[in-house]
Design a protein around this ligand. Sequence first.
Ligand code: SF4
Length: 80
Amino acid sequence: MNTDVLTRWREEHPEGVKPRNPAQRWQDQDTRKTAIDAMCWQCMGGTAEAAEGAMAAIRKCTAGPDSQVPCPLWNWRPYK
Ligand code: SF4
């Protein structure tokens, strides 16, 4: 690995790379996958500050095919 390039990049980006949430990814690139991910994110109240809680809530989503009110996105939700 070229450490000079890495060192220079770190100097130019002292804030580092911030993780992006699904709603932000959908705004950057509108695809079926990013739209579904963003929908689940919004459904579970995802915000930049509450990322961990939203991810866990999506993972534990109970709106599967056997639930009383199944969600059509359940099989394609992120964070399974
Ligand atoms: S699969 Fe679950 S988290 Fe995703 S939109 Fe449906 S109910 Fe919400």
